[in-house]
Design a protein. Structure first.
Length: 370
């Protein structure tokens, strides 16, 4: 797989302003739209949900990202989850060790600074993070998809596990409602994605970004430039901010925190399903302040065995699929294998398959033609 990525050329070759394949002209945005998703989350009338879906379609064609509001979790509740996350990251190294992930193919857990190198050719990201799964009980589902999790000792942080698990349940439900909005946005039956996301590859990740004003440089970021690799991402960011998104002009624009919202974007799986109708933007994080930063990302993808390939509504004789089929499991393992240290990623590297398909999403020259 490519050692380093030219994000700007890769992105602009994928997402032309004058998109003849779909007969659309994309609009360059310098701010991300805000969408009230209450009709989806509260399961209102089909007309009301379709109106939201139309806004989502516009956002994903032109911005790739949007803020969702009225999504079912209050700002005060989000601040509570943030505070629980901070309590964990403020524990001593010794107290965090029982929760450490030592094999990306096994239970989820805590990762120290530098464990993830999300951008090929860069240093490991300047952040700690903690991955949580759904802890599915299905014996036929691979362990990495079931998402068992290492936890700190209850005595070290009483109440932490119960609070985090309750939040995970809520975000899974919100993600399912958003997927129905995505289906409507593409002219599909509302339940189109229900089956593929019934046992989703799901990851909730609090990340702690230490103050890094004088530490970051061209190859060291709080979180390096990348595209996400599942279907959708929902991100809560605290008051510190630092998220930047590449727009269609190839410029990095800020996505500052807005109280009462989460940022939503798509990943490689949705880009493949829609044949790049919907934009999977590179994004990055720089904490250039003297404050610590917390973000809470919820990643949701189809089950491990679902083969993701271009939707019929997004291809034609003049617009063939850009991406070969790949399962979500194959793609996730391929990405993780390249992002993890040798000891943590060794089993993922042994399980890699269809790496050339993953490279379609990761290489600057992967499209070849506008």
């Amino acid at each position: 797989m490519s050692e380093e990525i030219d994000h700007r050329s890769a992105f602009q070759s994928r997402y032309a302003i004058n998109e003849k394949r779909f007969g659309i002209v994309r609009e360059v945005r310098t701010e991300l739209p805000v969408i009230d998703v209450g009709a989806l989350v509260e399961d209102r009338s089909l007309d009301a949900k379709q109106a939201v879906a139309d806004e989502i379609r516009d956002a994903l064609i032109n911005s790739g990202f949007f803020y969702m509001t009225n999504y079912g979790v209050t700002e005060d509740e989000m601040l509570e989850v943030r505070d629980w996350s901070l309590r964990f990251f403020h524990l001593s190294r010794e107290a965090k060790e029982p929760a450490r992930c030592t094999d990306i193919m096994g239970p989820r857990g805590w990762h120290p600074v530098g464990d993830e190198k999300i951008t090929p050719g860069y240093e490991g990201d300047y952040k700690e993070y903690y991955d949580f799964g759904l802890n599915l009980q299905d014996a036929d589902v691979p362990e990495i998809e079931r998402g068992p999790t290492f936890w700190p000792d209850e005595d070290a942080l009483p109440g932490f596990r119960a609070h985090i698990e309750a939040y995970i349940d809520r975000m899974r439900g919100i993600g399912e409602k958003l997927m129905r909005g995505f289906a409507l946005s593409l002219g599909l039956e509302e339940t189109y994605f229900d089956k593929s996301h019934a046992k989703p590859f799901f990851n909730m990740r609090p990340s702690w970004y230490p103050p890094a004003k004088d530490k970051l440089h061209d190859k060291l970021w709080s979180c390096g430039p990348h595209t996400d690799y599942m279907t959708l991402t929902m991100l809560y960011q605290d008051h510190v901010g630092g998220l930047e998104v590449m727009n269609l002009d190839g410029q990095w624009i800020p996505a500052p925190p807005i109280p009462g919202t989460q940022v939503v974007n798509i990943g490689d799986m949705m880009a493949s399903w829609t044949n790049d109708l919907y934009t999977s933007n590179p994004h990055r994080v720089r904490n250039l302040t003297n404050d610590e930063r917390i973000s809470l990302a919820t990643f949701m993808g189809p089950d491990f065995k679902t083969s993701v390939e271009c939707l019929d509504v997004c291809k034609s004789a003049d617009n063939p699929p850009r991406y070969k089929p790949i399962t979500c499991g194959e793609h996730v393992l391929n990405v993780m294998a390249g992002a993890m240290p040798e000891d943590v990623g060794r089993n993922a590297r042994a399980a890699m398959s269809n790496a050339d398909v993953t490279d379609q999403f990761r290489s600057a020259d992967r499209i070849g033609a506008n």
